[in-house]
Ligand binder design. Structure first.
Ligand SMILES: CC(C)(COP(=O)(O)OP(=O)(O)OC[C@H]1O[C@@H](n2cnc3c(N)ncnc32)[C@H](O)[C@@H]1O)[C@@H](O)C(=O)NCCC(=O)NCCS
Ligand SMILES: Nc1ncnc2c1ncn2[C@@H]1O[C@H](COP(=O)(O)OP(=O)(O)OP(=O)(O)O)[C@@H](O)[C@H]1O
Length: 198
């Protein structure tokens, strides 16, 4: 079977990581997680660190010199110009990393699936390299309950992030498959099974 590249996207807290984890555990997919890559590249000493600290100032740095992501998130999700500047500092490096990884995996040809999980699949141009794009969608009520319980996110924080993301409808229009995540994990698994035999 030829390697298949599946992009998994959706708004904040829709369940992208949950779907990606199922793909890894049940189907041995290799995961490329852009949030995790971005976080790594922002660590002290990594390639994006100094760019970000120079731009946002020492106020976003914690007592051990690391970028305090909750402080940075307070700034950028309330100021779309600053978010765009942060994106410009981080995305080229994240994309380089992700594309290198895909080239390596394609050459090795050892896995059936590579999953790219990112909130910015459409905006950042990952879509073009994906064989399939799955949009994970959840109701606003369920999203709020889950993110409040698991991460302590306030409704205000969720709204501020959503304002900087594509509308769910647009994300779904750009997808080849849709996963409704208002139910249980088993219900996600059934939907994945259907998408994979499609
Ligand atoms: C703003 C930051 C510091 C917040 O970090 P924090 O650990 O608090 O949150 P986390 O990274 O889990 O993101 C929270 C939610 O916002 C979404 N999100 C992250 N960055 C962006 C962005 N640039 N635009 C829209 N949504 C975003 C995430 O996908 C997630 O749904 C961090 O997300 C960041 O540095 N973002 C810019 C880099 C980026 O775009 N990364 C994501 C894809 S490359
Ligand atoms: N079907 C489900 N049943 C119960 N809890 C779920 C389900 N799907 C996701 N969750 C929980 O909801 C929260 C958000 O899910 P997840 O982290 O997968 O979303 P995400 O889209 O990757 O988030 P982000 O946009 O921040 O990257 C997590 O705590 C996760 O465990």
């Amino acid at each position: 079977m030829a390697l298949k590249i599946i992009g998994i996207t959706g708004q904040v807290g829709s369940g992208k990581s949950t779907v990606a984890d199922i793909m890894k555990d049940k189907y041995g997919a290799h995961l490329i997680l852009t949030d995790v890559i971005a976080h790594e590249l922002m660590k002290k000493g990594a390639v994006c660190y100094q760019l970000i600290v120079n731009y946002f100032g020492k106020g976003i740095v914690d007592e051990v010199g690391e970028i305090d992501r909750s402080k940075l998130s307070q700034i950028v999700f309330h100021d779309s110009e600053k978010l765009a500047d942060l994106n410009d500092m981080v995305h080229p490096y994240v994309m380089n990393y992700a594309f290198d990884e895909i080239r390596r995996l394609t050459k090795e040809n050892k896995v059936d699936y590579v999953v790219i999980e990112t909130a910015l699949l459409i905006e950042a141009g990952y879509k073009e390299i994906c064989d399939e794009v799955w949009a994970v969608t959840v109701s606003s009520k369920v999203r709020k309950e889950r993110l409040s319980r698991s991460r302590g996110y306030s409704d205000e924080k969720i709204e501020s992030i959503l304002k900087n993301q594509l509308k769910d409808e647009i994300i779904r229009e750009n997808a080849t498959g849709i996963i409704n995540n208002n139910g249980t994990i088993d219900e996600i698994i059934k939907q994945i099974e259907l998408l994979l035999v499609k």
